[in-house]
Ligand binder design. Structure first.
Ligand code: 6GP
Length: 834
């Protein structure tokens, strides 16, 4: 494969050449036309934002034939389709990615230049579709990119949130949340499909009735009905004609319901009911763990899953395929438990609406669904209180009870007399208030269950889902995460891309293992110096961005030590801080201390209600304020917090890193994907044996990875024995001094209250064993410093990181899902119309 896409001429008409031509002149005409006919803007008054929309529309025109042809091909060829159900898709900006995938970058640059515009400025005008929180949502986006690039027939199904993840501002060191109005100026990438819409019930009760044949059936009489409307976004593969669909559902009130209220004259009640319906897709929940008991969250989950399953059934009907063959035509993947209500919903649709019998419906359901787990944190395992669930989804609760009854019979038959096991495995938790356990529903209803890194799958099989693994070992497998090299290398790091293209050719873009061939150049000093120059330029670019965002000036010659990810205790941004403060104290005591200058860069959002995470952000900023202003240390240490970490600035951050911080408590980070993005861009990792770090280290070699800390087993053992953080304090005077310094108000103008909860959390309980890993971490950072002092050695290690990251392509991961879970074959799409 090459990265030159075929020229597509959807319609044979001459006009189409102008409309969708890929040369700069045709593209320029497209931009001018859209500026005039779609946007209605005088060229003389057009701002870059207008040009952005005009270019986006012109690019969408050029996707359109491929998009339609892809849909048509899938329909004609009657092949299996993967349906990726996810409450989150953290896509990031589309424009640059689509230009790359269509091979249109140079044409766009030329067309805009002819119009007196600069492509990079135009690209920066795109508001980012941030329809996700972090790892799970971004993984879904990488998987869509790989599915299209590898020509797999696939649809992403999700929610068209009107407000995506909040925009983070830093004020006085604290995180402030601002609503993300990403749709404010319209969204040129989506196409509304108002004729693709479904009704979704909510609340009410069920009743039985006899059908024409006299059979007893169940009818759901809802309290409320909401309509779901499809909005489609093209997902263009790289260098191929495949252009898949991301279908997001938006909630709308059902007219007939308004009319009832209008007729009874209650105008305001009617309008309020309409507003209530439409709040379902208003906003993304900004937590990376469930918002306990939030009815609206359950409504969102059920809403998008029901629309998606009804859509699959409609398409099956259109194709004339009997519903009995559902699982031959669809592989439905549950991205964590958020869509797991789908198991009960498909059963309801098949039994109540299509009148299949239970056994047949169940066989179809289990054959169709697969479940990916993304976390072991107990607080992140979704449950719904039984009374709430019954009130919202009465029919589903009946179905879940019946699934459970049959399932527990199976458990009892297999493990007679083991009622403790039955209680542990039940879909209904009875500890305290009764709850529906969504991970159990997903596990029972899926033929395949997977974790997202080798260690995580192992822990899943031996802890959270151990009983299920014992019952059905064949259902379990590992699918280590991956990331797309198109966005996170080609787009994010144009300097490195050019070097790779020149050195290796371009096949690395679709076969990341080709980067192995870089190893042949590692002993070439000219190559290494080119490598360093690229990294230096990337660091300059990030330093400029940070200076404009925060006022902090960083020197690209310093070691860039970066931790970007959601702020969470288990990810241990505070362990990183303890190291910084250790250096700070050492420098204050001995200004001549020989440590290499380092810039510590942080970024990440905290869930708005996560008290300690928000204090960690405040502490990072407070430490930054003190250190950056102190001439005794600021020639060796600087600290910066990049506000509003998102996909766009991530693309500036990963390529600029020398050191990647992956320092979670072992056993807590399911995989991590940021770790892979850093590696791809030649950063070295300092990390624990957690998540995919384990596999990264295997790939790159022990000698090229800075390992420290307790293993998952050691963590578990310590916690079983009763971990006492005080033990670690007593044995370490430097640690004690650092904590005292934080507690004293040294970084808070003498205010000893603001960081007290953080310090007490560590000294009193330390649930994530920060203190236990502190000494090993500081020692490991000394090894980092000494490696850094030898630039040639460091560069060799950096090159090896890029060279050996092939396994972490989302292309590899998607092939594994397709082969081992979905039974999915690629389908070549050709946009040529004869
Ligand atoms: C995340 C995990 O925390 C991260 O380790 C993993 O790389 C990522 O999923 C993709 O698999 N989990 C979530 O974001 C989440 O919300 C429920 O889990």
């Amino acid at each position: 494969k090459t990265n030159t896409p075929t020229t597509s001429q959807g319609a044979a008409a001459v006009g189409a050449t102008v409309r969708v031509g890929l040369d700069p002149a045709a593209l320029q005409q497209g931009i001018v036309d859209h500026l005039r006919y779609s946007i209605g803007q005088l060229p003389a008054l057009a701002t870059p934002a207008h040009y952005y929309r005009a270019l986006a529309l012109a690019v969408r025109d050029r996707l359109q034939d491929r998009w339609i042809r892809t849909t048509e091909t899938y329909f004609e060829q009657e092949r299996k389709l993967a349906c990726y159900l996810s409450a989150e898709f953290l896509l990031g900006p589309h424009l640059a990615n689509n230009l790359l995938n269509l091979g249109l970058e140079e044409a766009a640059r030329g067309a805009l230049a002819a119009l007196g515009q600069d492509l990079d400025t135009i690209i920066d005008c795109e508001p980012e579709p941030g329809l996700g929180n972090g790892g799970l949502g971004r993984l879904a986006a990488c998987y869509l990119d790989s599915l299209a690039t590898l020509a797999y027939p696939a649809v992403g199904y999700g929610i068209r949130y009107e407000f995506g993840i909040f925009a983070q501002q830093i004020r006085d060191g604290w995180q402030i949340e601002r609503t993300d109005k990403w749709l404010h100026a319209g969204n040129p990438w989506e196409i509304a499909k108002p004729d693709i819409c479904y009704e979704v019930n909510w609340g009410g009760h069920t009743e039985t009735y006899a059908d024409e044949a006299g059979l007893q059936r169940v009818r759901w009489v809802p309290f409320r009905v909401v309509k779901g409307l499809a909005y489609d976004t093209p997902i263009q593969g790289f260098g191929v004609d495949t252009c898949n669909t991301l279908r997001l559902w938006s909630a709308e009130a059902v007219e007939s319901f308004d009319f009832q209220a209008f007729n009874t004259g209650d105008y305001f009640e009617a309008v309020e009911a309409k507003l209530r319906s439409e709040t379902v897709t208003k906003v993304l929940y900004p937590n990376d763990e469930p918002a306990i008991g939030k009815r609206l969250r359950l409504a969102q989950q059920y809403f998008f899953v029901s629309c998606s399953l009804q859509d699959m059934l409609r398409i099956l009907d259109l194709a004339g395929v009997p519903v009995e063959r559902f699982a031959e035509r669809y592989a439905v993947q549950l991205n964590d438990t958020h869509p797991s209500i789908g198991v009960a919903e498909l059963m309801r649709l098949l039994i109540d609406e299509r009148h299949l019998d239970w056994d047949q419906a169940w066989a179809i359901t289990v054959a169709a669904f697969g479940y990916t787990n993304h976390t072991l944190l107990p607080e992140a395992l979704e449950t719904w209180s039984l009374p709430l669930f019954r009130e919202c989804l009465p029919r589903h609760l009946e179905i879940i009870f019946e699934i459970n009854r049959r399932f527990l019979d199976q458990v009892r038959a297999r493990f007679p007399g083991d009622e403790a096991r039955v209680a542990r495995m039940s879909l209904i938790g009875e500890v305290g208030d009764k709850q529906v356990r969504m991970a159990h529903l997903a596990s029972v209803g899926s033929h395949a269950i997977n974790g997202v890194a080798a260690l995580h799958t192992d822990l899943l099989e031996n802890s959270v889902l151990a009983d299920f693994h014992e019952l059905w070992p064949e259902r379990f497998s590992n699918k280590t995460n991956g990331v797309t090299p198109r966005r996170f290398l080609a787009l994010a790091n144009p300097g490195l891309r050019a070097l790779l293209d020149r050195t290796l050719g371009t096949d690395w873009l679709v076969d990341l293992t080709a980067l192995r061939r870089l190893e042949a150049h590692i002993e070439d000093p000219a190559f290494r110096s080119e490598w360093r120059a690229i990294k230096h330029a990337n660091k300059r670019r990030l330093a400029d961005y940070i200076a404009t965002q925060t006022g902090v000036e960083l020197d690209p010659n310093w070691l860039f030590d970066i931790q970007v990810k959601r702020i969470h205790e288990y990810k241990r941004q505070h362990l990183n801080l303890l190291h910084i403060l250790t250096l700070y104290r050492r420098l204050k005591a001995d200004p001549g201390l020989g440590i290499p200058p380092r810039a510590f860069i942080f970024g990440g959002k905290a869930a708005p209600g996560y008290f300690l995470a928000k204090r960690i952000i405040k502490l990072i900023n407070a430490v930054a304020g003190t250190i950056n202003a102190d001439p005794e240390v600021n020639e060796r240490l600087k600290v910066a917090f990049v506000p509003n970490f998102n996909v766009r600035n991530a693309e500036l951050i990963y390529p600029a890193a020398d050191l990647s911080e992956q320092i979670s408590t072992a056993g807590k980070e399911a995989s991590g994907t940021g770790n892979m993005k850093f590696m791809l861009n030649g950063a070295l990792t300092i990390g624990t044996l957690d998540g995919a770090n384990v596999e990264i280290r295997e790939q790159v070699g022990d000698e090229n990875f800075f390992l420290f800390g307790l293993t998952a087993d050691e963590v578990a053992r310590l916690q079983r024995q009763g971990y006492r953080s005080a033990d670690w304090l007593d044995s370490h005077a430097e640690l004690r001094a650092v904590l005292d310094m934080i507690g004293s108000g040294h970084f808070a103008s003498g205010d000893s209250e603001v960081f007290r909860p953080l310090v007490e959390n560590l000294t009193d309980s330390d649930p994530f064993l920060v203190l236990a890993d502190y000494a090993a971490y500081v020692a490991c950072q000394e090894r980092v410093a000494s490696a850094w002092s030898d630039p040639e050695r460091w560069t060799r290690m950096a090159i090896l990181n890029t060279a050996r990251c092939g396994r972490f392509s989302s292309d590899r991961a998607i092939r594994e899902y397709a082969d081992e879970i979905w039974g999915l074959q690629p389908v070549a799409v050709s946009a040529h119309i004869a």
